[in-house]
Write a protein that binds this ligand. Structure first.
Ligand SMILES: [Zn+2]
Length: 362
């Protein structure tokens, strides 16, 4: 296994973006391509500092982190002769900026505007096709050069994306633990991964409600900064130290499988992963843990079942497609103990609907 613990440099503080110019100067960067979003950029641009001594080209991304979009950005970067890539936005923009930078063997700087995933931290890009179906993820041999996290930027971001980030990061514990607890012996790297995964769950269960309240009030708080750093940094360390033992297992396979259905494309990544945690726990035969987590899910608005995602109308044929994809040969669901078949997943999905219908009545 390979440890990729952290970006080269990480700063989290109010006003962190103001140091961008200094950081670029320290790195000898003269020209940059800034990849940004649409709505998120409208909000974020007032935080983006004036860069003196650095030429910046700004380009909005097309909405997906796809190979086509990477190639378009690579061509722009080459034409403009830049020497670094900056990504300002959420996970897809971070992933796109990393993919472009790696292709060009350049440093990448990430200024997150959301705390929805650990994409700002991790040296990997999840690639989608132009329709939004997930293709693969590529792990890179170089760390992100710099991550500047300003909690004030995130405070102003959509709450539902923070909630999705909490769902995605809570999954770190369940996905890493189900793999790591099968190991007879654990290296120190694996212990760090397991510990940070547990930290994700503990901090999120403890502080999420207060963090969301801070967002609604527009007031920075300790709980809020903790949750932001957990989603971005602690979550990133789980896979950073644990590699395949700390990356994904059941929940993300369920997420990946859901993306084959157009009806799920409007749902946020982290929400589908949170649902995947429950399906994974059904497969593990742990309904008690599901029932214990349900009040937390409901308080935050995370989906506990297909019904909560408005997907209770899915046909049996569609559910079979999901179960087939979830159990495809290369899916990480097979890192869970036992043999996981299409029937296993189908049974878990249907069993969860029945369980949650009972919990709702209670
Ligand atoms: Zn995820």
């Amino acid at each position: 296994m390979i440890v990729r613990g952290a970006p080269q440099e990480f700063e989290c503080r109010v006003g962190a973006w103001d140091a961008l110019g200094e950081h670029l100067e320290r790195r000898g960067v003269k020209r940059v391509l800034v990849i940004h979003g649409g709505v998120s950029w409208e909000k974020a641009r007032r935080f983006f500092p004036d860069l003196t001594g650095v030429d910046a080209i700004f380009e909005p991304y097309g909405g997906e982190c796809s190979f086509e979009e990477r190639d378009r950005m690579v061509a722009l970067a080459e034409t403009a002769n830049v020497d670094a890539i900056i990504g300002v936005g959420g996970g897809k923009i971070a992933d796109l900026a990393k993919a472009v930078a790696v292709y060009l063997a350049m440093p990448v700087v990430i200024l997150p505007t959301l705390a929805a995933t650990c994409a700002a931290w991790t040296p990997l890009s999840v690639m989608y096709d132009a329709r939004g179906e997930m293709l693969q993820y590529d792990i890179f041999a170089r760390s992100n050069a710099l991550v500047l996290l300003d909690p004030m930027v995130i405070l102003d971001s959509p709450i539902e994306l923070m909630v999705a980030g909490i769902g995605d990061t809570l999954a770190k514990w369940y996905e890493a633990d189900v793999i790591i607890s099968q190991l007879a012996e654990r290296s120190v790297e694996i212990d760090i991964s397991h510990y940070t995964a547990k930290l994700c769950r503990d901090i999120l269960l403890e502080s999420s409600a207060a963090a969301l309240e801070a967002m609604r009030d527009g007031k920075l708080s300790e709980a809020f900064v903790k949750v932001v750093e957990t989603n971005i940094m602690v979550g990133g360390m789980v896979g950073g130290f644990g590699d395949d033992y700390g990356r994904t297992s059941g929940a993300h396979s369920i997420h990946d499988a859901l993306t084959v259905l157009d009806a799920t494309h409007h749902l946020l990544h982290g929400n589908k992963v949170a649902y995947g945690v429950f399906v994974q726990l059904m497969i593990e035969g742990r309904p008690d843990e599901i029932v214990a987590l349900t009040p937390f899910y409901q308080e935050l608005g995370l989906p506990t079942c297909l019904h909560d995602m408005g997907l209770d109308g899915l046909s049996d044929a569609e559910l079979v497609r999901v179960a087939e994809r979830a159990t495809a040969e290369d899916e990480t669901i097979h890192l869970m103990p036992g043999v996981i078949t299409i029937a296993t997943v189908l049974g878990a999905i249907k069993g969860l609907e029945i369980l949650m219908a009972e919990v709702r009545v209670r």
